[in-house]
Design a protein around this ligand. Sequence first.
Ligand code: ADP
Ligand code: ADP
Length: 230
Amino acid sequence: YQSIECRKLVKAFRGDGVETHALKQVDLVLEGGKFISLIGPSGSGKSTLLSLIGTLDEPTSGELLHGGQSVSRLNSRQLADFRFETIGFIFQQFHLIPTLTALENIMAPLFGRKVSYDKKERSLKLLELVGLSEKANALPSQLSGGQQQRIAIARALVHEPKWLLADEPTGNLDFETGEVIFQLLQRLNQEKGCGVLFVTHDPQLANRADRKIEMRDGEIIADSQARHYA
Ligand code: ADP
Ligand code: ADP
């Protein structure tokens, strides 16, 4: 398990002379292997926090540590390797490559990487794990939203990351399909031991996580794990 630590993370965006503080000195420790939900109104900074934790974007100030190591000194090549070893992303809009089959989408993160295992075999196993073995050769356009998200989850796991960062993965799905995806993520968290950071607008789903963190206006305003939050 690998923990994540945010130390006084600040993210400011500047545009038209106006500065938005998307994150205001966020301090946070996320224990590896846990299923953690992140909830808050639109614009509260959830996506920004996820992007920083996933090293897709840099903080304006503050520090991010993965497994006790600061990532701020890594150059872009080292960062790409770090992400490959550590992070899997899932998005609301699936972001599958439309011209690739389901199986090829799952294999895509391994493209150009030297690995010790058989890429296709690994990808087929994941396809089976998400219950879509019969869709190996289907294009994304031939799949339902829930099926596309299951492919996206398999893709996010193909390099066996320590964390799955999920930005409203059920936001584009109907209630029942969202439930299937949520349960799949819970199962993968338990079976694979990878930590899940799950952004959602749905309080019912958020409450079912091991830990619930609530944001507003760039700050953490509640944390089910904290004894006291001022
Ligand atoms: P959430 O995910 O909770 O909806 P975001 O992290 O997307 O919130 O946004 C937090 C704040 O930062 C919002 O005010 C948003 O408009 C602003 N913001 C996010 N990304 C950018 C960006 N790339 N450029 C300018 N402002 C941004
Ligand atoms: P979400 O639905 O996850 O909250 P948003 O709609 O807030 O996502 O943002 C989608 C993308 O647009 C993110 O990458 C975010 O950084 C960017 N973004 C959000 N707000 C702004 C903004 N005001 N200006 C530019 N980019 C933004």
